[in-house]
Ligand binder design. Sequence first.
Ligand SMILES: Nc1nc2c(ncn2[C@@H]2O[C@H](COP(=O)(O)OP(=O)(O)OP(=O)(O)O)[C@@H](O)[C@H]2O)c(=O)[nH]1
Length: 242
Amino acid sequence: INQWYPGHIAKTEKELKGQLKLMDVVIEVRDARIPLATTHPKMDSWLGNRRRIIVMNREDMVSADDRNAWATYFSSQGIKVIYSNGQLGMGTMKLGRMAKSAASTVNTRRREKGLLPRPVRAGIVGYPNVGKSSLINRLLKRRMCPAAPRPGVTRELKWVRFGKDLELLDSPGILPMRISDQTAALKLAICDDIGERSYDFADVAAILVQILLRHPAVGSEAFRKRYKIDVDSDCGKLVCHK
Ligand SMILES: Nc1nc2c(ncn2[C@@H]2O[C@H](COP(=O)(O)OP(=O)(O)OP(=O)(O)O)[C@@H](O)[C@H]2O)c(=O)[nH]1
């Protein structure tokens, strides 16, 4: 899987850091199928002491067992997660409430300094194509940002009021992709979270088949049933060819 141009990564990183500075609370959207592959190792250091809420989007694409397992995993690290469906808008009201309460210290501090309270500023960030725009549209119940099934379509900066004490950055912050981690990159390609031009479609398909053949819940029997092909000792490439 190809690396982005270094210049492109540096620009995205700079843009993101500028946006993060403006946020009281950061809503990080991940793909619930591959939550560890849809974050960046530098995320913690970029956040500083800003509060973070992790949104596991595309909850419709994972089983209840997997949802519970990930929730347990994150809560053991003291991280709050919320599941959402950007298409149907599930989880968005709760997210609004969580964002407000996560950043309530902003106004405690302002009051201590004798300042009037101001709306809490929340921003949505995440990898390309994880569902950031869909989620913002759902939160705002309007189609403000273009939601497209194509990675990397959004830009520009504007705050939008959400209720009387929350403001939302209307354009999502895009995390620069960590393509140097090939295991993560492969998962992104498989889940269609990365542009098709960045990888060889046939190679990724072959690896996916290989993974599925070895997976206890799938295996060669599933291939036999679904595609009516015999795949016992075949490699992924051969199965794709069949
Ligand atoms: N199945 C499913 N699809 C979703 C969900 N949320 C978003 N999508 C779809 O995922 C695709 C990407 O959604 P976007 O909202 O454009 O993603 P984005 O993160 O804003 O993408 P960029 O602006 O390219 O960074 C669209 O085709 C959405 O319809 C969800 O919860 N479940």
